[in-house]
Design a protein around this ligand. Structure first.
Ligand SMILES: [Zn+2]
Length: 304
């Protein structure tokens, strides 16, 4: 039964100058699905390669890029019952993104969209994106926030994988904090936002956000409850590479907010996510909840 919520697929129809270095099959869907089944997964949620998502482009090119990637994704979902997909939207133009999102959500097998934490220099909680978030809440789309892997284009993050090990979790945490402190999550209690890599650095920020809310007026401008309330409304995947960290995440947000992820086919992923989660020393009820999470699950009532 387990669903892998974090699997990337690069359809053969999408031309790229150079394939990113990957551990296993990235292009051929049948081979990809066979590899995924080999580690005990029955359903997958396919998402685009993040740097090919439509928000990396502007104007008509962005719309064309969205169509080029969404078309094979939707076809894969229509042809294979074990496949759900996350599409891509031209988020630099939020009204247009809202329209494309509504169209996507009307297609069978589309669970939502994948978006970058920073779009055109703006964090996702920027007021600029309000129409997109309203559409996401209305259509019950799952919005997967996935780092761009660009390491903020900082030269000093280029060596030793720091662009990835530090840059990625930082990007995700910046977007999450922005969504919480801007009041986006409070305004849309039914939003379903999935944070990649166990939320990146989010767990490390919670005390500081809470303290700011309690002591600093600017941190209270947009929210009425403490930040932790909204941080626990995100969904988090299990790609954290540390059993203790996973246990802490589950104990903080609850197993119902944690979903299985592999980050297939990347070397920085966990090619056996079921094995990792099973060996993490979780309570058996929590383990069952995580392995049973489904992308089509009805939207639960927001927790206080
Ligand atoms: Zn990924």
């Amino acid at each position: 039964l387990p669903t892998d919520f974090h699997v990337h697929w690069l359809p053969p129809s999408i031309q790229v100058a150079e394939l990113p270095p990957v551990a296993r099959e990235f292009r051929e869907l049948d081979q990809l699905l066979e590899n995924v089944r080999d580690v005990g997964l029955t359903e997958v949620v396919l998402s685009p390669q993040i740097n090919l998502c439509a928000e990396n482009f502007e104007g008509t090119e962005a719309l064309a890029r969205a169509e080029d990637y969404n078309e094979p994704l939707l076809r894969a979902a229509a042809e294979r019952p074990e496949v759900k997909v996350l599409g891509t939207v031209p988020l630099r133009e939020p009204e247009e993104a809202a329209r494309v999102l509504a169209e996507l959500m009307a297609e069978p097998g589309c669970a939502g969209v994948e978006v970058s934490p920073i779009v055109g220099g703006h964090l996702l909680g920027d007021d600029l994106f309000e129409s997109f978030w309203a559409a996401a809440a209305q259509t019950h789309a799952l919005v997967f926030v996935h780092p761009t892997q660009r390491g903020f284009d900082m030269a000093s993050l280029k060596p030793w994988m720091l662009w990835n090990t530090v840059g990625n979790p930082t990007e995700t945490a910046m977007a999450a904090a922005s969504l919480v402190m801007s009041g986006t999550i409070e305004r849309h209690p039914r939003l379903r936002v999935l944070l990649a890599h166990g939320g990146g650095s989010v767990p490390a920020l919670r005390g500081r956000l809470e303290h700011a809310f309690n002591t600093m007026p600017p941190a209270r401008e947009r929210i009425t409850q403490p930040p932790g309330v909204y941080l626990r409304r995100f969904l988090y995947d299990t790609v954290v590479h540390d059993a203790e960290l996973l246990r802490q995440l589950v104990s903080w947000v609850g197993a119902g907010s944690v979903v299985l992820g592999s980050d297939y086919p990347y070397g920085m992923g966990t090619l056996d996510p079921v094995g990792f989660v099973r060996s993490a020393g979780l309570e058996s009820a929590d383990l069952e909840t995580i392995l049973g999470a489904s992308p089509g699950a009805p939207v639960s009532e927001p927790r206080a």
